[in-house]
Write a protein that binds this ligand. Sequence first.
Ligand SMILES: [Fe+2]
Length: 261
Amino acid sequence: MTIASARRTTVDGGITVAETVAPVTPVAIEARVDSVDWKQVQAELDAQGWAVVPKLLTHAEADFVAGLYHQEEGFRSHVIMARHGFGRSEYKYFGYKLPPLIQALRTAAYPHLAPIANQWHERMGKQMRFPDEHAAFLDRCHQAGQTRPTPLLLEYAAEDYNCLHRDLYGEHVFPMQIAILLDQPGEDFMGGEFVMTEQRPRMQTRAMVLPLRKGDAAIFAVNSRPMKGLRGDYQVKLNHGVSKLYSGKRHTLGVIFHDAV
Ligand SMILES: [Fe+2]
């Protein structure tokens, strides 16, 4: 199967349209995900609760995915954040079937993260363990009534921001998720930094800004992570959000591994 990759062109009125320019296959995406240095990803996740994978998507692929935002089809819901007090921006959840590129990314990344997730759960004293394959984990979510897909596209314009939050959608929570930046900071938009905070027990909150360029993936803790202490491991809570955009447009693809109720 071939996925049409595309670039966006700005036409009168600043409307963005997608045009097909190059193909990328799910097999190619899968191979790229498999070639990521997952040892390095784990080292960064263990040390700070997040890791950056540079250039997981090419610029053409990033443009293609961002261009999906203004298509009518393929989404199950459209959320205007201000109506919910989540911030000021908007996003759309994909419906099943997911676009092949996103389906391939989600399925291929999961098996690399599941062993890290299991180690984290063991270290945090959590009972739940994760199966080797994403399909088996999704079956578990679906049996528990978490049947709605969670991959999403976000679009930020000037003045938009996303409040610090955690993406929990039910009892079943896979402890890491992926966000891919689809526009170039400093060129396509100004401001709009991806921010994480780490809340340590009885200590002040630490803020972290993730250094992302267009096409880079942030892999980060959804909820909590283990931290080594003098008397063994303890849990820290992490939140993520996006600081205010000053100008331009910023798109992100979010890949969450659990489905939602
Ligand atoms: Fe989020």
